[in-house]
Design a protein. Structure first.
Length: 278
């Protein structure tokens, strides 16, 4: 879908790749970059920083609360017009604890923001897109949604759920012969601060600008799925082809993925936002 002259709404758009994609969208001629985030200060800072590139609007929205999402969508449309492109980018990871050490609060919060929130936001906007028979929904999941990983079991579960839901909606729209498209993106670790402390000896940690550019290109080309880097498209093939012990040896020992979270620290404590861009 063309980004030029489009209203682009990005959840978690006040930081990370959400902010970068917003800036790039404006540089491509987007009519408005609409931020949904819960960090008031970050929204205002981003709005001021990016206003030189075009029109930027910001709204404080808890995307894990359906009532708030519905009210925010109504207000956003009244002030900005129809949403052409939705990018569900808000996401969190709470810790690198093993599952037996995870608290009920951490589990619920992770699932709410990473899995349920994109459903709430999409459910609010999809009916109008279907009515217009035009629009694009991009869901930022994670390579963790395709590859099991110790010390991030809840995060992996939340992203597996996001991928399964996102691609199912894509098929539903395809069978409706709708011009509303869905792109699911599954990137590896991104150097945005969210995964500070992660070590990846063989597979490079991704640069935010690179990922942002790839996501927008996927939207423009109406891609169904985009793994970043491209090799992650073949994870499911190798899972089906290789015996589990060989698969675990290669990705766990050779690639070092199973120990990538050992020294995870995450964002600094000074960052009080509960739902940041992935």
């Amino acid at each position: 879908m063309k980004i030029e002259n489009a209203n682009v709404l990005i959840t978690g758009g006040a930081s990370g790749i959400g902010k970068i994609m917003g800036r790039m969208a404006l540089q491509k001629g987007a009519r408005t970059f609409i931020i949904w985030d819960i960090n008031i200060a970050a929204i205002e800072d981003t709005r001021k920083e990016l206003s030189r590139f075009g029109n930027v609007k910001g709204y404080v929205v808890d995307v894990a609360n359906n009532d708030i999402v519905m009210a925010a969508y109504k207000k956003t449309v009244e002030e900005c017009g129809d949403i052409d492109i939705l990018i569900n980018c808000a996401g969190i990871i709470t810790s690198n604890k093993t599952f037996d050490q995870q608290t009920a609060e951490e589990i619920v919060r992770t699932m709410n923001i990473n899995t349920i929130a994109p459903m709430f936001v999409t459910r609010a906007m999809l009916p109008d897109m279907l009515r217009r028979n035009r629009g694009h929904i991009c869901n930022i999941a994670s390579a963790g949604g395709m590859l099991s990983n110790p010390k991030m079991s809840v995060y992996a579960a939340s992203k597996w759920g996001a991928i399964g839901w996102s691609d199912s909606v894509r098929i539903e729209l395809q069978e409706m012969k709708s011009n509303v498209h869905v792109t699911t993106v599954a990137p590896y670790y991104i150097n945005t601060g969210m995964f500070d402390g992660v070590k990846s000896p063989l597979i490079p940690i991704l640069k935010p600008e690179y990922v942002s550019k790839r996501v927008l290109r996927a939207i423009e080309r109406n891609r169904n799925f985009r793994g970043i880097p491209f090799g992650f498209h073949f994870i499911r093939f190798w899972q089906a082809f290789l015996p589990t012990r060989i698969f675990d040896f290669f990705f766990g020992k050779v690639c070092g993925i199973y120990h990538a979270m050992d020294n995870f620290t995450g964002r600094k404590k000074t960052d009080k936002s509960a739902a940041k861009a992935s």
